[in-house]
Design a protein. Sequence first.
Lengths: 138, 379
Amino acid sequence: MGYAKPIPVVIDENRPFWEATKRGQLLLQHCRNCSAYRYPASLLCPECSSTAFDWKPVSGRGKVYSFVIFHRAYHPAFAGDLPYVVACIELQEGPRLMSNVIGIPPEQVRCDMPVEVAFEEISKEISLPKFRPVTVRS
Amino acid sequence: MTALLKDKYAIVGTGHSRIGKVPELSDYGLQLTAIKNALDDAGLKKQDIDGLLTHSHLLGAVRVHHQCVSERLGINTDFGVSLSSGGATSGLMAQIAVAAIEAGFCKTVLCVHGDKGRTRESHDFRELSPDYLREYGMFSATAQHALGMTRHMHEYGTTHDQLGAIAVAFRKHASLNPEAQMREPITLADYHRSRWVVWPFHLLDCCQVSDGAAAFIVTSAERARDLRQPPVYVMGMGRANNSRGWIYGDHMLELAAKESGAKAFRMAGLTPADIDTAQLYDCYTYIVLATLEDYGFCKKGEGGAFVEGGRLELGGALPTNTSGGMLSEGYVEGMLQIVEAVRQLRGQAAARQIPDAETAIVSGNGGNTVCHSTLILRR
């Protein structure tokens, strides 16, 4: 038994991303030619088609571009989480990725809300990057 | 270039199976029923068909699907292809039919799509959607499209009353369509009471799940004049893809409909003011609203106000999805929008006929609304 939710498929192209989240770090591919960050992992830079890149750490900070609240479990392992938020997070470095917003009641999530990454360990091999609201400092 | 094709080709026959729950027919049973009805409608024999376009998508996805259909229909064709561009495919089939005839590949093209979406036995969403980031609980086209609605509400103040007006209008139309899957009228209060599926979508924001198939036949305007039905001419064709994806840039707010619609209007030499009826791809209420904005019926952000006050209803300024759309008539992935446009332009829509309808616009969206096709048709 144990973790019953789906687990991401790790392939050679995205392995550095998942090895980094395991260490509590968010790494994205960074194009050596045009300096664009990209996500998801891909052979080609979608901006300039260069195949030269490095994996670079990013801030883990961004904002909620948009979000939805699941009221129906499409997979039985999520039934206990309802209602839960899935959001499109826009990282400060540019790329957007899909994840969950945690640590806040779903009805309080808003578009453009500032968030930061928080890693959730789901297995020995995998930690998922999730996002929680940034505490507002005055 | 495409302006040279304006009015040069026509839709000469349409047909469909029963829509809704049709457990007694297989995928091919549904498709062959639609084909037979389209041939009868046009007054053509199967031997008159020399081009076949099918859609290889949906639950019964099979490879080289057009061959499976022609084998069962018992015809050889000069040109046959199975296409997959999601809900944009139906409109693209008409465009590819035109292009293929123009290129001399064939003369008369049968386009068919539909399947057993409702009563198929192994219906497992988990198998269907491998790309939806399941580890975060992200499942379904519903959630993908709902993301767009959330952002539209945030940017423009669009409301659930406005989305509800779309659902209510299309159900009203379905109540006049004896073949529609859902015919019981609904009120705005019913809309608000329907359960959340994925907020901000209520159940009544979402299209039906249906068994059903539909077919249409495209040939030259010249040949069309000798056939049984009044021809419905292809005036305008457009297509575009927001291929960087749904979550990229402003794609959730500005669909590929904008570029696709502009191409179709340019080819037809028309503007939105010239359109008598819209038959729009209504997988979700929000997509109707966004498509109306992107086609230029109103400004971006004003779709919410535009759809209120009965404007989309029969008798309104832009009667839309007059057979009930996928929200109420049934889901055949955009095929029934073409069938209804043809019916309205021939004056064969019975209780829901728009008086003197001369022009119709038809939209299709696929791949979670990043692929788009547009047709402008006239009688």
